[in-house]
Write a protein that binds this ligand. Structure first.
Ligand code: RIB
Ligand code: CA
Length: 314
């Protein structure tokens, strides 16, 4: 079996592609999923993840309801234009009203079951930050954290300077950057280059191992990315790249720096690292040094994505 992973996400198209990768991968074994608010509500992301698990025959994986609002105290703003009104593009998952939404406490007993658990967080960081505030000793036992968020010295995707996961709850992102150790951070610097083209989608679909990939990624490309970035050649799979990093770390090269997140004002959600070459690194407030992915090997990404999604050798 692969590396045990506890997955935190705002399960829309991106997160679902990551979970499909995990489902087909021998290198990663998801042992629980925390569904949080994000581009759509927590109620919807919980419904989406249960639908996905039904589709792939993995309803044995426990689903826990995460945060439904950010730590900023704001009412969450949803972005149905990104992943569709229900988060899964053209797919409308059936309602599942009986499913529990307030069972986050189960995360702790799940974490305690494993000795070398990795946490992957590819949505807002509210639920993960809550764990650092309430269970700091338990969190010391986590082997490492793979996190999608931030944009270092490159444009953001919700504001000129901020990436969506950091922007939506900058308080939580800053707590995680301050208290988590052994962090591998996957910002837009790399995730924007993890492009899956329509040709790749059609090939994977034809092989029949990865359900849902075609309706999800066709929608993502046609209805969102092509409209936002007309010359883009496919859809960046931000969250899948982050999860793929667990299986193959050398898919990216990493720069070691402390990270802080701007909480208010025009630069809200801005990710700050110390990229100066000729100075001692700034100690910020003594926070740990993280591994920030700054470049990606597209060929390695392509090979791993295509071989996992098709079962063929690339
Ligand atoms: O900025 C990209 C991130 O925002 C991805 O995790 C996507 O799923 C959304 O949550
Ligand atoms: Ca996400």
């Amino acid at each position: 079996m692969g590396q045990k992973v506890l997955f935190f996400g705002d399960v829309g198209i991106d997160d679902t592609i990551a979970l499909l990768f995990a489902y087909l991968s021998e290198g990663v074994d998801v042992i629980g999923i925390v569904a949080c608010y994000g581009n759509v509500s927590k109620k919807q992301t919980t419904r989406n993840v249960r639908y996905l698990l039904e589709e792939v025959g993995r309803t044995d994986i426990p689903v826990m309801g995460g945060a439904e609002k950010p730590m900023t105290g704001e009412v969450p703003i949803y972005y149905p234009n990104v992943h569709g009104p229900e988060g899964l593009g053209p797919i409308t998952p059936p309602p599942n009203e009986a499913a529990p939404l307030e069972n986050f406490f189960q995360v702790i007993s799940l974490i305690e079951e494993y000795d070398d658990l990795v946490i992957v967080n590819v949505g807002r960081m509210t639920s993960l930050a809550t764990l650092f505030l309430l269970y700091p000793d338990t969190m010391k036992g986590i082997k490492s954290f793979y996190i999608m968020g931030g944009a270092f010295n490159v444009p953001g995707n919700v504001t000129p300077s901020a990436e969506a996961n950091f922007y939506a709850d900058p308080v939580a992102a800053n707590i995680v950057m301050k208290y988590a150790e052994r962090v591998f951070l996957f910002p837009l610097n790399v995730t924007e280059h993890a492009i899956v083209t329509p040709g790749m989608v059609n090939y994977v679909h034809a092989k029949g191992k990865a359900p849902l990939i075609k309706p999800l990624l066709d929608y993502y490309y046609e209805e969102f990315y092509k409209k936002m970035v007309p010359d883009i050649e496919g859809s960046p799979v931000h969250d899948a790249l982050t999860l793929m990093g667990v299986e193959k770390k050398d898919i990216c090269t990493f720069y070691r720096t402390r990270v802080a997140v701007e909480i208010t004002g025009e630069a809200r959600g801005l990710s700050i690292g110390d990229f100066r070459k000729s100075f001692e690194q700034d100690e910020f407030d003594g926070r740990p040094i993280h591994s920030v992915a700054i470049s990606m090997n597209y060929f390695t990404f392509y090979q791993l994505f295509m071989s996992t999604m098709t079962g063929e050798t690339f």
